[in-house]
Design a protein. Structure first.
Length: 321
C-alpha cells in the first residue's frame, strides 16, 4: 500500500437531507476496473484498495448488484471494520433495453442479496440504476413504493436514482426526478467536458437539499491524451470551439502547474468544486492513482481564471452528445 505522506486531511460534505456526511472523494466499484476485477486482480488485491481508501479517510463506497462480484469483494474487505466507519450505496437496474421489469418483488430480492453480499443489516443508500427519461415515470410508480416499504423495514436508509449519461447527456431524467422531490440523492456525470448538469440539475439538487454523487467525472477522454486532442479538434472543426482557442497538442496542458499535477487532477478539482456535489466517485483500483486523486480534491481549487475559461469553452458542450 502506498504511503499516505503529504496527503491533506480528509474533508467531508453532507449528503443532502439524508443526515449522512460523506468524504469528498469516494470509492466506486464499477467503471472499467470494477475494483480490479477487469484487470485480473486477485481478491486480496481488490480488498487492499478498499482498506487503503479507509486508511485515507474515505467513508463512502458505491457499488451495484450488476458489477460482477464487487459487492462480495467490498463486503469481505470491510469485515471487522466498525459499521459506523463507512457508508454503503448499492444499485439495482429496474429496466433493460427500455423495458421496465414487471416484477415488483425483484427489487426486494436484489436488496436481500446485496445485504448478504455486503455483510450488513442495512444499506445506507439504495439506488435505482441507469434510468432513462422515457421509462422514468413507470419506474418511479412501480418501484418507489417498494423502496419505501424496504425503508420502513430498516433494510435501506435513503433512496437514490442514477442516470445513464450517454443515453441522456442533457440529464432529462434527473431533472424529472428532482422535480418529483422524492429522492434523497442522485448520481450525475459532471466534469470539464460535461457541464450541462450545472444549468438545472445541480441548482435543483441544492435547492431541494438532495445529495449529489458525481460519477465518471474524468473517465475516458481526460485520461487519454490522444483521444482528448482528437475530440477537441473535432469540436473546433465543427465550430463548437473558437478556432485557435486551444493548441492541437496537449490542448488542456495550460491547466497543469503549481498545485495542479495533471489534466486528470484538474478534472477532479473541477468536478468537486460545486457546492451541490456531495462527493466525487473514483473507480480506480490503483493505490497511487487513488492518492493522486485525493491530493487533487483535497488540495486548493483550480485558479479562478482557469475554471472560468473552462466554463467559457465547454459550458454548453457535452462529450457524447
Amino acid at each position: 500500500m502506498p504511503s499516505p505522506a503529504a496527503l491533506p486531511p480528509m474533508q467531508f460534505r453532507p449528503l443532502g437531507r439524508t443526515g449522512l456526511t460523506v468524504s469528498r472523494l469516494s470509492l466506486g466499484t464499477g467503471g472499467p476496473s470494477r475494483l480490479g476485477q477487469s484487470l485480473g486482480y486477485s481478491a486480496s488485491e481488490s480488498e487492499r484498495i478498499v482498506r487503503q481508501a479507509l486508511d485515507r479517510g474515505i467513508n463512502f463506497f458505491d457499488t451495484s448488484i450488476a458489477y460482477a462480484e464487487s459487492e462480495v469483494l467490498l463486503g469481505n474487505a470491510l469485515r471487522g471494520v466498525p459499521r459506523d466507519a463507512y457508508l454503503l450505496a448499492t444499485k439495482w437496474p429496474p429496466e433493460r433495453d427500455g423495458v421496465v421489469n414487471s416484477d415488483r418483488r425483484a427489487l426486494a430480492a436484489s436488496v436481500e442479496r446485496s445485504l448478504r453480499r455486503l455483510r450488513v443489516e442495512a444499506i445506507d443508500l439504495m439506488q435505482l440504476h441507469g434510468v432513462v427519461p422515457s421509462v422514468y415515470p413507470e419506474v418511479r410508480d412501480r418501484f418507489l413504493p417498494e423502496l419505501q416499504a424496504l425503508q420502513a423495514q430498516g433494510k435501506i436508509l435513503s433512496l437514490g436514482i442514477t442516470e445513464r449519461f450517454f443515453a441522456d447527456p442533457a440529464h432529462e431524467m434527473l431533472e424529472m426526478a428532482l422535480r418529483d422531490d422524492v429522492w434523497d440523492a442522485v448520481m450525475v456525470k459532471y466534469g470539464i467536458l460535461n457541464q450541462a448538469a450545472a444549468r438545472r440539475v445541480l441548482p435543483l439538487a441544492e435547492q431541494q437539499n438532495v445529495g449529489v454523487l458525481n460519477m465518471a467525472s474524468v473517465r475516458v477522454k481526460l485520461t487519454r491524451p490522444a483521444e482528448l486532442a482528437a475530440l477537441l479538434r473535432e469540436w473546433t472543426a465543427r465550430g463548437l470551439l473558437p478556432a485557435e482557442a486551444l493548441p492541437d497538442t496537449d490542448p488542456l496542458g495550460w491547466l497543469v502547474g503549481g498545485e495542479v499535477e495533471s489534466v486528470i487532477a484538474a478534472g477532479y478539482k473541477f468536478a468537486a468544486e460545486p457546492a451541490a456535489v456531495s462527493t466525487v466517485i473514483t473507480g480506480t483500483a490503483n493505490g497511487d492513482h487513488l492518492d493522486a486523486n485525493l491530493r487533487a480534491i483535497l488540495g486548493p481549487p483550480l485558479p479562478a481564471e482557469h475554471r472560468d475559461r473552462l466554463v467559457r469553452l465547454f459550458g454548453k458542450l457535452a462529450e457524447g452528445a
